[in-house]
Write a protein that binds this ligand. Structure first.
Ligand SMILES: Nc1ncnc2c1ncn2[C@@H]1O[C@H](COP(=O)(O)OP(=O)(O)OP(=O)(O)O)[C@@H](O)[C@H]1O
Length: 235
């Protein structure tokens, strides 16, 4: 029998105050998979990630993860389940240097990466311990934001637009790092607008439109479905 999904999101609805943003999101993620959420600006991709970790207003539906309904888990307890969130704005502290940023979150689970392993994964960070976090380039800050989460022992990573505003050469390095993490058994949900990058790491793509998942495309079928996808994206 097929292994049940690691995460099963069913009929997820979410609100910011009076504003009803998600209208019944359905998708699942298997252990060790990389899936993307793609869609136009405002489709609800970031809100879907934020709903999983409990930082929206109201949520309804269900989101089953390792036997827990995430919709019943308060935001401050989600990290203890091994879920790590890397927000689009990255959240690097300007008053802390690289190593202080890296050491900031507690290691919630055993099995997290050591600082050395993080520097092997992201060599740009090596030798930069005392550089203030915000002196790094955007791409290096993204590496630091991902590295910081890997140290906590999280094995399920929610990554919001890691390539936004980042130089192509660094995008390739992040893509290579994500493939290494996948080989190590990590499960990743990636919100992404850069289809080339998404295709370089993902197994499946879920298309969001107006607060719903309207399509699922396997990575191997991406090229054949480019016209359909571009219609969703309004390209
Ligand atoms: N804090 C908030 N308060 C009220 N409405 C919000 C808030 N954040 C987002 N929204 C609205 O919710 C909708 C979905 O936004 P969301 O950020 O999830 O979209 P997205 O698909 O991630 O797009 P983008 O790529 O632009 O971030 C949009 O209409 C947005 O204006």
């Amino acid at each position: 029998m097929a292994e049940p999904a690691l995460l099963n999101v069913s009929n997820l609805e979410a609100w910011y105050g009076e504003s009803h943003v998600l209208h019944g999101v359905n998708f699942n993620v298997r252990r060790g998979e990389v899936v993307t959420l793609i869609g136009r600006n405002g489709a609800g991709k970031t809100t879907t990630l934020r709903s999983l970790i409990g930082v929206v207003g109201k949520r309804t539906g269900a989101s089953t993860y390792k036997g827990n309904d995430l919709l019943k888990v308060p935001a401050h307890k989600v990290a203890r389940l091994g879920i790590g969130y890397v927000p689009e704005e990255r959240g690097i502290f300007s008053r802390l240097n690289v190593i202080e940023n890296l050491m900031f979150p507690p290691a919630w689970q055993s099995g997290g990466m050591s600082v050395e392993e993080i520097y092997t994964l992201f060599p740009n960070l090596k030798g930069r311990d005392s550089t203030p976090g915000t002196r790094l380039s955007g791409g290096e800050q993204q590496m630091l934001a991902i590295g910081r989460i890997l140290r906590t022992g999280a094995d399920f990573i929610l990554l919001d637009e890691p390539t936004e505003g980042i130089a192509p050469v660094i995008i390739e390095e992040i893509s290579a790092a994500l493939r290494i993490l996948k080989d190590r058994g990590m499960t990743i949900i990636l919100v992404e607008q850069n289809l080339r990058f998404a295709a370089s790491v993902a197994d499946r793509h879920f298309v969001l439109d107006q607060g719903k998942v309207v399509d699922e495309i396997s990575n191997s079928a991406l090229d054949a479905n480019m016209d359909r996808l571009n219609r969703y994206l309004g390209v």
